[in-house]
Write a protein that binds this ligand. Structure first.
Ligand code: SF4
Length: 325
């Protein structure tokens, strides 16, 4: 989709989301989690809401459930009734996730014994704490979708993590369209548009992806697309380091250097210093380069996904995802 305030055409990623995040009051206590970011996302992504606990037949409100460590794998139980929900949740997770092959990402509720990704409390059978781990559904997501954009709503309040999540989400959706086309020409164009992004994320994978696209051994297009997908996912596995972002932004400055007044350059370099010192988010120096791209009509940089990896309205910094209503 192309938003009026965006300069690039963006795909509409498919995003599986815990239903209690803003969308439905389906928590055990009949509440929902306030998450303004989700509301903003609605205009730009295809949301697929799911509540695993409702899906296995638990009502609203319901008695809380928890993960109990027994042997190697935890059990999902409801202490007040003594019910063991492990099999029901495992079966639902398997069957639901097997139908989500086109999902580009997931936003799941933190700390939930079902949806949580990393921070879910576990208990010994005697009720004492036994550490933390993944929830049952959240664990299934990470196992089956190791390369998707996967986060919980708590971590997404951090700008750096949210920028990485959205970058990966929209990049995966763009690549999915290229792969579906089966076109080598589209892959070549896609790769050239990702050059600055890959420079920031992973120089080694940038070179590897260049060799895959060049395809000197004349592999079949389907094989080239598979190899590209694998290494593109590896490139985007972790957020880009700030030093890499600074290198890329300095490289971009080179495209405008001769046309800029000394004061403009100084303003940009000061913004980079503030970004390096963590006083400013990446969006600040990025916005300066975006304004130069528009002002000087720099077509090559305008085509680079790095400068607008997702629709601009999603860049907003202020958000609180934890209030309950
Ligand atoms: S955390 Fe997951 S299972 Fe719990 S209410 Fe939200 S969507 Fe449902």
């Amino acid at each position: 989709m192309n938003d009026a305030r965006s300069t690039r055409d963006h795909p509409r990623p498919t995003l599986v989301i815990s239903k209690c995040l803003e969308l439905e009051a389906c928590r055990y206590n009949g509440e929902r989690i306030r998450a303004p970011f989700i509301i903003r996302l609605e205009g730009f992504v295809e949301l697929r809401p799911v509540c695993p606990e409702i899906e296995i037949g638990l009502g609203v409100p319901r008695d809380p459930i928890r993960l109990v460590s027994l042997g190697d794998s935890p059990r999902l139980t409801q202490p007040s009734t003594g019910r063991d929900l492990t099999l029901a949740m495992t079966e639902f997770t398997d069957s639901y996730l097997s139908g989500q092959h086109d999902a580009d990402g997931f936003i799941l509720k933190s700390r939930s014994p079902s949806c949580g990704l990393t921070d879910v409390k576990r208990y010994h059978p005697n009720g004492q704490s036994s550490g933390k781990g993944a929830g049952m559904f959240g664990g299934g997501v990470m196992e089956r979708f190791p390369h998707a954009a996967v986060e919980d709503e708590g971590r997404l309040t951090n700008f750096r993590l949210r920028h990485h999540f959205l970058t990966k989400l929209f990049a995966r959706a763009s690549f999915r369209a290229v792969k579906a086309s089966g076109s080598m020409a589209r892959l070549v164009r896609f790769h050239s548009e990702q050059k600055f992004l890959l420079m920031a994320y992973h120089q080694g994978e940038l070179r590897r992806l260049g060799r895959i696209v060049a395809n000197p051994e004349r592999h079949a297009t389907a094989d080239v697309l598979d190899a590209y997908e694998e290494h593109f996912s590896l490139a985007l596995a972790k957020p880009a380091r700030s030093t890499s972002n600074i290198n890329v932004l300095m490289h971009a400055l080179g495209y405008f250097s001769d046309a800029l007044a000394a004061g403009e350059k100084r303003h940009f370099l000061t913004a980079l210093d503030h970004y390096r010192a963590k006083h400013l988010a990446l969006s600040a120096p990025l916005a300066i380069v975006q304004s130069w791209i528009a002002r000087f009509g720099q077509e090559y940089l305008a085509g680079q996904s790095y400068f607008e990896p997702y629709p601009i309205p999603l860049l907003e910094l202020r958000d609180s995802a934890r209030e309950v209503h």
